[in-house]
Ligand binder design. Sequence first.
Ligand SMILES: NC(=O)CC[C@H](N)C(=O)O
Length: 355
Amino acid sequence: MKAQLILENGKKFEGRAFGYKQESVGELVFTTGMTGYQEVLTDPSYHGQIVTFTYPLIGNYGINLEDIESATPHPKALIVREKANYPSNWRCEMGLEGYLKHHKIMGIEALDTRELTKIIRDQGTMKAIITLRELTESQIAQKLNQFNNIHAVDRVTTSHSYEVLGEGKHVAIIDFGVKENILRSLQLRNCKITVFPARAKVKEVLSINPDGILLSNGPGDPEDLMDIADNIRTFVETKPVFGICLGHQILNLALGGSSKKMTFGHRGCNHPVKDLQQGKVYITSQNHGYVVNEVPETLEITHINLNDQSVEGLRHRKHPAFSVQFHPEASPGPQETKYLFDEFMNAMKGGQDHA
Ligand SMILES: NC(=O)CC[C@H](N)C(=O)O
C-alpha cells in the first residue's frame, strides 16, 4: 500500500506502508546504528518521534523478547530503506512487521532515507506526517500545528513505584522513561532497586533511605521538568546521584545551568567521547536532541564529544553527584563506558572518586 511522508518544510516522499496502517504525526529524527533497531524502538526516549534508520536494511534478525528496553515500542512511526521480510537468527521470536502490527505502529519503506537524512542534517529535526491518503495543504498545516511532544515524560513514567529485589546497595531510580538495561546494569552489581514515578515526592523517595539515586533517560525537553528542580537539588545534597541522558540534562538545569535544542541531535552507536579525567576516548551509544549549554560553577565538565565538542559529562565539585549525556548501559551499542556504573557503586560505598 502506498504511503506518503510529508515534512514540515513542504517536502514529500512516497513509499510503501508496513506494520499497522494508520496516519501519524511526530518529530522526524534519524539514527545511524547499523544494528539495534529493537532497542531503539523500545527506548522510551523516542516517544513522540518518527525514527529514520540510516542503515538500509532493517529487521534482518527479527525481534526477540529478551532485548527489549521497555514493554512496548515508543516511536510514532519508523522509516526504513528496506524492511527484511525473512528474518534469520537463532534468537528471533517474531518478525519486525508482526511486532509493529501488534503494537499499532506504522512503518514506511522504499523511500530514499539517504536524501531524507541529508535534509534533517542540514535543516534540523522537524515535524512530519506519515499518511495513507492525500491531505490538503490546510489539513497538513493543521495536523503539524496540533502536534507537540510536551510532557512526554508523564506519558512514559511508571504510574506507581515498584521494587526489583537484590541484596546489595539500594538504588532509587527516578523514572523519566528508564531503559531496562539501566536496571539490568544495577542488578548485575547486586543492587536492590526501587523505581519511582518522575514526579514522586522527595519525602517518598528518601523514606526508603536509598544508598544512591539514579536520574534516568527519557523523552522530550528537559525544561518540561523544571518543576522538579527542587527535588533534584535535595537529592544532590543528601545522596550520591548518577544522571543518564535526560537525567544528566535535568541535573544541570536544577543546579542553575541551561540546555538547548541541537540541530539534528546525536542518535547512533559510534559517538566518540573523551573522558577528560582519564584522558581516554570511548565510543558511545547516544540518543538525544537536547544538550547541556551553560554549566553552573558548582559543576565541572568531565566528558566532551569529539565530533562537536558538546558537553557529555558533569560532576559536582562538592557532592558525589555526576552525570553523562551518552548511554553507559549501551543497548544498543558499545559497552565500554559501563565503568560509570562501577563509579556509581563506588560513590554509594562512600568512595572518594566523585566526592
Ligand atoms: N535519551 C534521553 O534521555 C534523551 C534526553 C532528551 N529527551 C533529549 O532528546 O535530549
